[in-house]
Ligand binder design. Structure first.
Ligand code: SAM
Length: 425
């Protein structure tokens, strides 16, 4: 028998609070917490709801804290604070007050150590229910923490930074890539200029038409561009060096290329296999280090590990769980990977370097340095001539810079950098 709706909503909220405790207290990223099985016992709808609630709270955290500050005179334990933050975000986004307040009071009252604070939760959330929704919309768009805001504002400018933060706050729609010739009209989405299909308020992905037929897969419109730019032809060989979960591998296989997909993570490679099985596409899979691969390929695609700062719209946990201390190591690894990837490209072949980062050090600068280092490397500017690419996105060294504040009326795109590098024949 299914649980009553209120019980199920409270369960989802309790799990959302757990996710917030882990991100904000233990500096863990949501995918890491989820892959450790944190929500496995929940029904799929409750699991989706818990994740959505935690993400909405992280997006609105600055506003929630500003509203709560008025009502909290003493420091509250993190779990109780996160309960109040979640309650505040839900109330300010229009959820029914009695349901939210009762549920949050029940969650805290059952907590072994903090049960005695249920009165505080009740009193504060009742006040927020009265005044919060109006105050909420007058507050500024939440800003990134300084450690990340400063380098990004320096790279793109202060007004642009505000637009990027607006895009982060708005979250991301669902974008879809498909096999060539697929009819996706049943999805009722918007056809984007670059060829992806965009669905707003998609709900559960696995319930969308065509999911089980495997004709399409989820892939942000920006993330779909590297393989479009690489433009593989039937029968050509390609090495996808950091492949999981396999979006770009699937695009290249669907174009007819013979693809070898490499990823260092066995668990993430299992997701590539699942995706290939569902879509009926075939590639050779190698679990291993990109730096240890050998051979010669018509094309190499290097989607290097990076700060992932271009994906904050979909991963609002990132600025809260990280502090930028690993950036230096990542930049060094990207340079090593780029150099090794270059050795795997046949004469006359090409390397597509990309990162889902907003930091020029992980994009433009990597390519500028590689061009200085390798005399047989040049940028293939003609490769950027694909439908929907705006000339304003092309950088001085010949790469493509994408930012979350582009396409503002369409719902934005992930931040990405990519360049197609051609080896002399
Ligand atoms: C940005 S994700 C790749 C996304 C993928 N290209 C797609 O389109 O679906 C980066 C991947 O690099 C992998 N990775 C990190 N270090 C690696 C290494 N030394 N060798 C191979 N893969 C690595 C990670 O496991 C992760 O799956």
């Amino acid at each position: 028998m299914s649980k009553p709706a209120t019980q199920s909503a409270t369960q989802a909220r309790r799990s959302a609070i757990y996710l917030l405790d882990q991100v904000l207290g233990e500096n863990r990223l949501m995918p890491e917490i989820l892959s450790a099985g944190a929500l496995d016992k929940l029904a799929p709808e409750d699991r989706a709801r818990a994740q959505r609630l935690a993400m909405e709270t992280l997006r609105g955290l600055e506003r929630a804290d500003r509203l709560l500050k008025k009502h909290l005179r003493k420091a509250t334990p993190l779990m109780v604070h996160n309960t109040l933050r979640l309650g505040t975000v839900e109330l300010c986004q229009g959820a029914a007050a009695h349901g939210v307040v009762n549920s949050m009071v029940e969650i805290v009252s059952k907590h072994k150590r903090h049960g005695k604070l249920k009165g505080l939760v009740n009193a504060v959330l009742r006040k927020i229910a009265e005044e919060g929704p109006q105050d909420w919309s007058n507050l500024r768009v939440p800003r990134l923490p300084k450690w990340l805001r400063s380098p990004l504002a320096q790279a793109w400018g202060n007004p642009e930074m505000l637009e990027i933060e607006k895009a982060h706050f708005n979250g991301a729609p669902l974008d879809i890539s498909c096999k060539p010739g697929t009819d996706l009209s049943a999805l009722d989405g918007e056809a984007l200029p670059t060829g992806s299909i965009r669905i707003t308020d998609a709900g559960q992905v696995t319930a969308l038409p065509g999911y089980s037929d495997g004709t399409w897969w989820v892939q942000d419109a920006a993330a779909a561009l590297p393989a479009k730019i690489l433009n593989m032809k039937a029968g050509e060989t390609a090495l996808d060096l950091c492949a999981a979960p396999g979006g770009k591998t699937m695009q290249m296989v669907a174009a007819g290329a013979k693809v070898t997909a490499v990823d260092i993570s066995k668990g993430r490679m299992a997701r590539v296999q699942e995706n290939l099985t569902r879509t009926g596409l075939v590639a050779s899979l190698v679990v291993g280090d990109a730096l240890e691969q050998q051979g010669q390929y018509d094309a190499v695609l290097l989607d290097a590990p990076c700060s992932a700062t271009g994906t904050i719209r979909r991963h609002p946990d990132l600025p809260h769980a990280k502090d930028g201390s690993e950036f230096g190591q990542l930049i060094e690894l990207q340079a090593q990977m780029l150099a090794h990837a270059w050795s795997l490209v046949k004469p006359g072949g090409k390397l597509l370097f990309c990162t889902c980062s907003l930091l020029p050090d992980e994009g433009e600068c990597q390519v500028e340095e590689a061009l200085d280092m390798f005399p047989d490397m040049s940028v293939d500017r003609d490769a950027l001539n694909v439908p929907g690419v705006d000339a304003a996105w092309i950088t001085s060294e010949g790469g493509l810079r994408l930012r979350p504040d582009y396409w503002p009326d369409r719902g934005g795109m992930d931040g990405f950098y990519m360049a197609c590098l051609r080896k002399a024949a």
